[in-house]
Write a protein that binds this ligand. Sequence first.
Ligand code: UD1
Ligand code: MG
Length: 449
Amino acid sequence: MTDRSCLAIVLAAGEGTRMRSRLPKVLHRIGGRTMIARVLDAVMAGGARVAVVRGPDHAAVEDEARRVAPDASFFTQTERRGTAHAVLAAREAIARDADDVLVLFGDTPLVRPQILAALRDAIAKGASVAVLGFRPASPAGYGRLIVQGGELIDIREEKDANAAELAIGLCNGGLMALDGKRALHILDKIDDANAKKEFYLTRAVAIARQMGLKAVAIDAEEDDVRGINTKTQLAETEAILQQKLRAAAMEAGVTLVAPETVFLSEDTKFGSDVTVEPYVVIGPGVRVDDGATIRAFSHLEGAHVGKGARVGPYARLRPGADLGADVHIGNFVEVKAATVEDGAKANHLSYIGDARVGAGANVGAGTITCNYDGVAKHRTDIGAGAFVGSNSSLVAPVKIGDGAYVGSGSVVTKDVPANSLALGRAQQTVKEGWVKRLRELKSLGKSKG
Ligand code: UD1
Ligand code: MG
């Protein structure tokens, strides 16, 4: 099949208002990735040429699609007149001769490359139209597949269906493959003679048959074709994906103490003997090495956790946080764009950003790297084995040498040489007996009054 060329048309022009959002529907995220990015991933896995049909005010959709599929071509459907009308917005791409033409919807984010391959396979085997059929728990809203003697005869949209057709449980998943040589002939014959006065892509089946061509239905799982029109469906689909990711992590040996409370991304990488405590959110780009523990209520994104390291409870690792082996990052510590080398510790209430913390260094409670001067970001470098006393502010750019000490409560603005002590706080003065004298003065005043 790899020798067959494929054009995949992704429809993303139909807005629908049921998301009740200013964000275009296909830019909503599932598992941290936009729906359109997920659909494009599935398409590109099969090596297809990509055409995206977008709505007139959807520059943001085009930007996101271009980011994921830089070679894609873009077409604008200026008026929303139905799925076939949307496909024909990409007429120019279809005319450029592909063996298989796939039509996908930008709002079915769990579609797998295998299912697209199955559709193309049906075309390679001689069908002119192939659609995905599935049996949803509740068929309401879907088009019904009319099958007779094992052949797909027609698809009836719900609004046009009679009682007998409505009773059919086999529904149209929406995704379709067409024989590239015939696609335009078929699509050009579609009219808008139906209840919604729209040009329905589903008409392709009956038209192909009238032309003496073959149409088939391929079995799909509900998840492959799960379309998202509402925030409720968005959450349901997220839940399905999360369940799959958790199951895969546990299969691979990760201990999830309360799996239903842990959120993962598709690219999350775990070593062996990793434990993730309850209520942890892992965004995109996270790798956790062997034996590490992510304690409860932590949030990780774009971060690497080294072997045997401990993170949390209540820790936040932001993009560029790179923790070495046996590092401890404790409660209410935020790490961003910082390397924390082997065995270093920051156990309480700290911000470590744009920094290096050397091996075995100890960052005391309340330490802040002051990385931003309101204009630019600057780096803090803490040497190996250094000890930063509690409640210190390290005003970047600044360097704390290997083995140096910073006294608690210091504001450090100048570099500290290795093995030296820096004290950057007001000198303490003690006025002996001062309070006693104050009290005596007050009691004197009282007796006078
Ligand atoms: C469609 C199918 C239905 C199927 C269901 C599966 C048609 C006529 N009906 O119905 O048989 O059971 O999907 O989910 O195909 N779009 C445009 N421009 C338009 C119209 C739609 O770009 O003018 C895009 C939408 O953004 C969406 C997709 O096409 O991504 C499907 O449109 P939608 O209105 O959701 O079709 P359904 O009524 O769900
Ligand atoms: Mg739909």
